[in-house]
Write a protein that binds this ligand. Structure first.
Ligand code: 5GP
Ligand code: MN
Length: 320
């Protein structure tokens, strides 16, 4: 995959100077680890790099080494290339995504099976554990040196997207890459503590509220919980505090699918789904214009809470 496009990519990187690097809204560890490691690599080789993140960096990823220029508004002007990482489509980049095509050559690097191949160069491999794995392979393929700062980012990307090496996307490459990153100076217990054991106490209060919304479980297999803007306010929390809730719901042995509905605005909900085994939640989310991976996917659905629940239930009842 990477070998096929590596000459074009090498040509682009070596002959050009000014790059924009971006990823999806609500960035996770893989999105940020991929963006930061690539941008640090470019900076180290004397390129001009601007990182555009629509959202701010969640508290649990603030320890990640960053490049010098991270902006939260899409900059003006043009770039020699625009790297869009870990995003299945351009819309997922958030505010300003419509302008990206006119701003420069798009390089799409991703591992979502629903990727829309929107780049001039597309490096998309759904078998990759993470986008960070693809970034690592690009570094090795193009002989780009990996320093400790880049290693921390790559390690975090692989670790978080594999659920700490537990999910079905955990492959031997994930272990090999992380083993190498540890040899380059990454401290796994430090990264683990920053990502998983560094929550504000308000998150605990929010968690209590969210899990108390658990109602009937569909067919004994599918559980839904929800979080409203009012609950966030009451628990003095922000939306990033809900990160990890849906994974926790999935930890219940009898459940095949866990769903978290998060109110974005009145009558609009962000849906996060996680599944075990063969239930393909990317397919279910595609019905609503979303996407993702077989075992982790998302979409946005309009309607009241009850309407959204009913729409989802209708799809869930089709699962065999
Ligand atoms: P999360 O539930 O953590 O937001 O997302 C789970 C997975 O589904 C991630 O890999 C994410 O990129 C993808 N995903 C989430 N929401 C959407 C969406 O609205 N559209 C698409 N195409 N993918 C999504
Ligand atoms: Mn990813």
């Amino acid at each position: 995959m990477i070998e096929e496009v590596s000459d074009r990519l090498r040509g682009l990187i070596e002959s050009k100077k000014r790059f924009l690097i971006t990823t999806h809204i609500d960035p996770d560890g893989d999105a940020l680890g991929s963006v930061f490691s690539l941008s640090i690599a470019f900076e180290n080789s004397g390129k001009e790099v601007v990182v555009y993140l629509k959202d701010r960096v969640p508290y649990r990823y603030q320890f990640l080494p960053k490049p010098s220029l991270v902006v939260h508004g899409l900059p003006d002007g043009t770039f020699d290339a625009i790297f869009v990482l870990d995003a299945g489509n351009l819309f997922r980049v958030g505010d300003g995504y419509e302008r990206l095509r006119e701003m420069g050559t798009i390089v799409n690097i991703d591992h979502h099976k629903t990727n829309e191949m929107f780049g001039l160069i597309n490096i998309v491999d759904e078998k990759a554990s993470s986008t960070a794995e693809l970034i690592y392979k690009i570094f090795r393929n193009l002989s780009i040196p990996i320093n400790r700062e880049m290693a921390i980012n790559i390690y975090t990307g692989v670790m978080t997207d594999t659920g700490s090496f537990r999910y079905e996307n955990t492959n031997s490459e994930a272990f090999l890459i992380c083993e190498e990153m540890v040899r380059l100076g990454v401290n796994p217990s430090y990264v683990g503590r920053m990502v998983y054991e560094n929550h504000p106490v308000e998150r605990l209060r929010l968690m209590a509220m969210v899990f108390s919304t658990l109602e009937n479980i569909i067919n004994g297999k599918i559980a839904m919980v929800h979080v409203t803007e009012e609950m966030l306010k009451k628990a003095n929390s922000s939306k990033e505090y809900t990160d990890g809730f849906v994974e926790q719901l999935k930890e219940t042995g009898s459940l095949d699918v866990a769903v978290l509905l998060r109110e974005i605005s009145k009558n609009k909900y962000k849906v996060s789904m996680r599944s075990k085994g063969n239930v393909d939640v990317a397919d279910i989310c595609s019905v609503f214009g979303g996407g993702g991976h077989k075992n982790a996917a998302g979409c946005v659905i309009e309607g009241t809470l009850e309407e959204v629940r009913q729409k989802l239930k209708k799809e869930f009842l089709k699962i065999r």
